[in-house]
Design a protein around this ligand. Structure first.
Ligand code: SF4
Ligand code: SF4
Length: 316
């Protein structure tokens, strides 16, 4: 079972757009043995999982990160790690650290940079990391969060074009959650129509404070969508996730399929529109009462579907 783990919420930066409000003062909650137990759970279905490690800043506790990566890789996992690349101040250091993570068995690094990150970490660090990864034959991709008021990814690519040949770069629109919640709507890359997309890439994840959450995206951290805690049996949580009527509806029909029922319960769509379906998902499930109604609706629909199948079986 694929899994995302937010190792700790501590970070050397405090970016204004951080969806999980990471900062240097955030205390670490889960121990290495907690995290290894969570990793063990990802293998219970007998498959070899992809495990995404992020934070906070995963490289902040480098020795712990390497221990955790080696553990997951020895069990047969395919591990990727997100980082802000603060550790790649110069090429010598970038090479040293990349060699360590490569030797531990990391499959891919995902490097973040953008206008928000640049306040704390020069984007040249990301370029050092890219070049060190190229030399070490370690895959690296870049994530770039943008608003209408910040630099866009094409400007970053233009600036570093030669270093980024063959490197996957992904621009992600900033979502107004976490520290970005107060961002002016005029800054967001909003579309006026309700987004029709289905849930894009939800992977069961563990938050840095030990909760199972349906994804690391915008709505993933909402109480209403929580799937359990790490104190529970992970197979039970995984089943709860796979069979969750709300998640099935999000996967199959997208957040837009909840809008009419939410409106009947008092939900008013944002007049300026949404960044994407994950922003809509967050808006739908952030209110306790409305989200309770939506869960009830999804449960009822799942029951009706099952009952319909049962009746069809009886008639055959
Ligand atoms: S966005 Fe990344 S680098 Fe910035 S504060 Fe959050 S975890 Fe740290
Ligand atoms: S649609 Fe909702 S559950 Fe799916 S990835 Fe987006 S925020 Fe997460």
């Amino acid at each position: 079972m694929n899994l995302g783990i937010l190792l700790w919420n501590t970070c050397d930066a405090s970016c204004a757009h951080c969806a999980v409000s990471s900062s240097p003062t955030e205390a670490r909650v889960m121990s290495n043995s907690d995290i290894k137990r969570i990793i063990d759970g990802a293998f219970l279905d007998g498959k070899k999982p992809s495990i995404g490690l992020s934070g906070g800043e995963a490289f902040l506790h480098l020795a712990d990160l390497l221990e955790i990566v080696a553990y997951a890789v020895q069990k047969g996992g395919r591990v990727s790690v997100n980082t802000n690349c603060h550790w790649a101040q110069d090429m010598a250091e970038a090479r040293r650290i990349v060699r360590l993570v490569k030797n531990a068995g990391v499959h891919k690094l995902v490097a973040s940079t953008d206008t928000f990150h640049k306040k704390y970490i020069d984007d040249q660090c990301v370029i050092h990391a890219v070049n060190a990864c190229i030399e070490a034959h370690l895959e690296i991709e870049i994530q770039y969060v943008a608003t209408r008021k910040t630099e866009r990814m094409f400007e970053f690519i233009e600036k570093h074009a030669d270093d980024l040949v063959n490197i996957t770069c992904r621009e992600i629109p900033c979502h107004p959650v976490g520290r970005a919640e107060k961002m002016k709507r005029s800054a967001l890359i909003l579309r006026s129509k309700l987004p029709k997309g289905t849930c894009p890439n939800a992977v069961l994840s563990v938050s840095a404070d030990g909760r199972y959450i349906p994804c690391c995206n915008t709505a993933g951290h909402l109480k209403a969508l929580e799937m359990g805690t790490i104190a529970e049996n992970q197979q039970v949580v995984a089943r709860r996730y796979a069979h969750s009527p709300v998640m099935r509806k999000l996967w199959e029909k997208g957040p837009i399929s909840f809008v009419a029922s939410a409106q009947a319960a008092g939900f008013v769509p944002q007049p300026l529109g949404y960044v994407d379906q994950c922003h809509l998902c967050h808006d739908l499930f952030k209110d306790t009462e409305i989200s309770a109604q939506l869960k009830k609706l999804a449960d009822q629909e799942a029951f009706d579907e099952l009952y319909g199948t049962y009746q069809a079986y009886l008639q055959d």
